[in-house]
Design a binder for this molecule. Structure first.
Ligand code: TRP
Ligand code: SF4
Length: 405
């Protein structure tokens, strides 16, 4: 049985489809950096996911992959703390994708928002493939292969994590059963001793009958700290809390950044490579200045003397992210009173972004010229990832009747 504590594992991936930008940084990467010291983290380049929609133009995957790794390291991801690797180097993830495909109803995939949107935008050119339909299932396999409990992603990815939860639940329901599970669980409760056993039962009832999630968390913590229990009994009692099966594949949860939805692009829409409205994470200060100076502002502010309305200006969205309360009040006042020009207003944003990027650019230097170092970071991370995924797949194959011993 597994010794992995899913509540301590984190998995996330990023597609190598263009420069990492400030949207990635604020929406995802800052969370990675924060989580890496508290959890066992697996971060990977989702090159298979890049292929699903980009299979006709594969020439840049290689360079985008290495650039993305440099961006991560520059953002503060620490290879000493987190395992960094490339998805396609861990074939166990593909095997899990295949095995899970057997139990995944088509309708679950067809209703994924990203899939529906893709179909909507590609009606004429018939680019919908099996790979695109399977995209969220592949993503589920990415997470479940590591039995991770937490998945830091952008808000648009939350439905995919929800799918992973449903797949895990279905898998556990189909294959997590143990003959005499209830009797074995009750026997394990007796091993806890009278007092702890009673407490466990009370917490379990509070969760199963009233859905009390605090009781669930308390009970899980209680079981994890029972050093005298065997691992099998621990797994059993953890499974017994949530139903009648052992959780071979634990259900993951999405972790969203506080301001995930807020990072605007240069045109006011969400910052995204596909919109061409990004500021690259490692942009040169001059390029940042140029990009921000070219941003549209409140269209009613034609002359310096025309008062503006921050709510109609994409630059204001940047102030909301980069200026403190006092600064924001000042910007808003000056805009409405036509007390300063848009270029001055933009300069504050430029300064804030350039200052934010300074340590990032500085950290990037040691990696940009050192291909060997990057390659060895990835080689090491891949090995750790494979070990973890291999262990999961062994249990999954066993559970599905493919052990062949
Ligand atoms: N689909 C994600 C995105 O487009 C990338 C991704 C692939 C991912 N597999 C994952 C994210 C697993 C989290 C976990 O951003
Ligand atoms: Fe936008 Fe600032 Fe100009 Fe107002 S002053 S319109 S907030 S750029």
């Amino acid at each position: 049985m597994s010794t992995v504590d899913p509540q301590r594992r984190v998995v996330s991936g990023m597609r190598p489809t263009g420069p990492v930008h400030l949207g990635h940084y604020h929406g995802v990467l800052k969370n990675w950096v924060k989580l890496q010291h508290e959890y066992e983290c697996f971060f990977f380049i989702a090159d298979w996911h890049a292929l699903t929609t980009g299979y006709t133009s594969t020439e840049q995957i290689n360079s985008a992959t290495w650039d993305t790794v440099i961006d991560w390291l520059a953002a503060g991801v620490n290879p000493g703390a987190a395992n960094l690797f490339i998805q396609s180097r861990v074939p166990e993830q593909a095997e899990l994708h295949l095995l899970l495909s057997m139990i995944t109803p088509l309708t679950w995939l067809e209703r994924a928002p990203a899939y529906k949107e893709f179909i909507e935008h590609n009606r004429e050119n018939d680019r919908s493939t099996f790979g695109v339909l399977g995209y969220p299932l592949l993503q589920s396999a990415d997470v479940l292969a590591y039995r991770a409990g937490l998945v830091p992603v952008g808000a648009d990815q939350a439905p995919h994590v929800e799918l992973a939860r449903e797949i895990a639940r279905r898998f556990n329901h189909l294959y997590g059963g143990e003959v005499d599970f209830t009797a074995n669980s009750e026997a394990a409760i007796r091993k806890l001793g009278k007092k702890t056993g009673k407490l466990y039962t009370e917490l379990r009832v509070a969760y199963t009958t009233k859905g009390d999630v605090d009781a669930l968390a308390t009970a899980q913590a209680l079981i994890r700290e029972q050093n005298s229990l065997t691992l099998s009994d621990k797994e059993r009692l953890l499974g017994y809390l949530q139903g009648d099966s052992v959780a071979i594949l634990p259900e993951p949860k999405a972790v969203l950044a506080d301001n995930a939805a807020k990072m605007p692009g240069l045109d006011g829409r969400k910052m995204s490579n596909s919109h061409g409205n990004i500021i690259p994470l490692r942009a040169e200060p001059d390029d940042v200045a140029k990009a921000v100076r070219n941003m549209p502002t409140d269209p009613a502010r034609i002359r310096l003397s025309d008062p503006g309305d921050p709510d109609k200006c994409p630059v204001w969205r940047f102030h909301q992210l980069y200026s403190d309360e006092h600064g924001r009040a000042e910007v808003s006042d000056r805009c409405r009173a036509a007390a300063w020009g848009c270029l001055e207003c933009k300069q504050c944003v430029i300064d804030a972004i350039v200052a934010e990027q300074a340590p990032v650019r500085e950290r990037a230097k040691q990696f940009e010229e050192n291909t060997d170092l990057i390659h060895s970071i990835i080689a090491e991370g891949t090995e750790k990832a494979r070990d973890a995924a291999r262990a999961t797949l062994e249990e999954v194959r066993d559970a599905m009747g493919l052990a062949f011993r």
